[in-house]
Design a protein around this ligand. Structure first.
Ligand code: FAD
Ligand code: NAD
Length: 403
């Protein structure tokens, strides 16, 4: 009997899950042995994580057991942590075992970018996974709960710094500013005691985004009590809070670090050539020099040729790459190397939530804000669930209350 080629997919995020789903739909298991590896037995939607981080949504809403979405008779699932990729031996080292592959898909996502700023790893929280956001929510509640239990009042317990006013920082601060009145009520604290700072190095929040919408977002967040420190890089994080470039020190019990991402360190540590941990992939999504390794999602770097700069890593791109990657894998296992597709991102727009029923966005050439943008954001979230698991998954996990 001829041995089937082995396809190994690393990471069950947007890129990995959609690649597996596409292969499953095409019955590719008939021609290949397909294995998905992920460190948890569940898939979570990274794009929703700012909500459980602030405590406005339960984390179980953002995750689902992998076996509830994939047919494990068609796709093998291994719960384990990827430690290293050995390309020469066509092998992946996991925590508990090794796996050999004929074709590899790397979809391990990203890690927070610290830019080597002292104290970030030790003293700041990151919005990265279900585990990391559960910790942020618990920590915030602990700080509120602690405040009235000490004779000497520590106002810094109620001070929050969000580092970076990119999309992650703004979406998180939107949720946090919505949650604070509720926390104040629950823990008998005056709203005026709570301070929330959004600290941004660039001359504006959401650099590069539509100016009118940025102004809308900033005005809204300011009306909820958020204070912006714009044009002010953070120089250091320590056990007391943050030190800004202009010399100001903000004492804070909670610092959430959202100054951008880099590719998963496993990729860099496995010897691939990277830029901020990301591999600049070929047009067919393979790693340069490796005909058997595809890189998708936040580990992949692709250039927007119109402006000669990398596309920001997004779920939108990861999902689209998964379609191309699955098609290309099918071509390879069919022996049709010349049928490989080129990946062309189709950027449909950007919508960012601001907490409650507020959001901003550009979809096509239309600007959206307020409740229509918020409804659009939920439609985008639901659309992904639909692509992954059809209507049953939308009904089970979707955001059905649009307005
Ligand atoms: P991920 O979806 O992050 O998945 C990576 C997977 O790999 C995870 O399941 C993880 O557990 C697993 N993994 C990691 N390391 C290992 C290991 N060593 N071993 C085994 N498994 C491992 N993008 C948008 O397009 N629209 C948005 O609205 C949007 N909102 C966002 C909101 C937030 C709060 C954040 C943080 C990001 C947002 N993004 C958004 C960006 C988007 O989430 C990422 O670009 C996207 O998740 C990348 O997909 P991925 O498959 O590469 O990685
Ligand atoms: P980002 O790179 O978009 O924003 C990081 C921000 O941090 C930048 O504005 C940067 O100027 C600032 N910064 C950097 N160093 C700093 C410092 N020392 N002090 C203060 N500010 C500093 O990164 P992100 O917000 O983490 O997002 C990561 C990726 O996920 C991006 O590609 C983003 O587009 C995507 N994303 C998309 C959405 C959405 O579409 N709704 C939501 C969240 C994230």
């Amino acid at each position: 009997m001829i041995k089937k080629p082995r396809i190994v997919i690393l990471g069950a995020g947007y890129g990995g899950m959609m690649t597996a789903t596409r292969l499953q739909k095409a019955n590719a298991h008939q021609d290949a042995e397909i294995t998905l590896v992920n460190k948890h037995n569940y898939h979570y939607q990274t794009t929703w994580l700012h909500e459980p981080a602030a405590g406005t949504l339960h984390h179980d809403k953002t995750r689902m057991r992998i076996e509830s979405v994939l047919d494990t008779n068609k796709i093998n699932f291994i719960k384990d942590s990827v430690e290293e990729i050995k390309t020469e031996e066509k092998k992946v080292i996991l925590g508990d075992r090794e796996l050999e592959y004929d074709y590899l898909v790397v979809g391990l996502g990203s890690e927070p970018e610290t830019f080597g700023i002292p104290g970030v790893t030790e003293h700041a929280f990151a919005i990265r996974s279900v585990n990391s956001v559960r910790l942020i929510r618990e920590h915030i509640e602990y700080k509120f709960a602690s405040y009235n239990n000490e004779d000497e009042k520590h106002d810094e317990y109620l001070t929050f710094v969000v580092a970076g006013a990119g999309f992650t920082g703004i979406e998180f601060i939107g949720e946090l500013s919505e949650r604070i009145p509720e926390l104040c009520q629950e823990y008998d604290i005056d709203r005026e005691k709570v301070k929330v700072y959004s600290v941004e190095a660039a001359p504006t929040a959401l650099p590069g985004f539509d100016e009118e919408l940025v102004e809308y977002a900033m005005n809204l967040l300011e009306s909820r009590g958020v204070e912006f420190r714009i044009n002010t890089p953070i120089k250091e994080v320590n056990e007391n809070g943050v030190l800004l470039d202009d010399g100001e020190e903000i004492k804070a019990g909670t610092v959430v670090w959202t100054t951008g991402v880099r590719g998963n360190s496993v990729v860099e540590e496995s010897g691939f050539e990277t830029m901020r941990g990301r591999i600049k992939v070929e047009k067919d999504l393979r790693a340069p020099g490796f005909n058997d390794v595809f890189i998708i999602g936040d580990c992949a770097l692709i250039i927007n040729e119109e402006i000669n700069r990398p596309y920001p890593p997004t779920a939108q791109i990861a999902i689209q790459q998964a379609y191309t990657c699955a098609n290309n894998l099918r071509s390879l296992i069919a022996g049709k190397e010349d049928a490989l597709e080129e990946f062309k991102p189709e950027i449909k727009g950007t919508v960012a939530s601001l907490g409650g029923k507020e959001a901003i966005g550009v979809v096509g050439s239309r600007k959206l804000y307020g409740s229509s943008a918020s409804a659009m954001k939920k439609i985008i979230d639901n659309r992904y669930l639909y692509l992954l698991g059809g209507m049953p998954l939308v009904l089970k996990k979707g955001k059905l209350n649009l307005f």
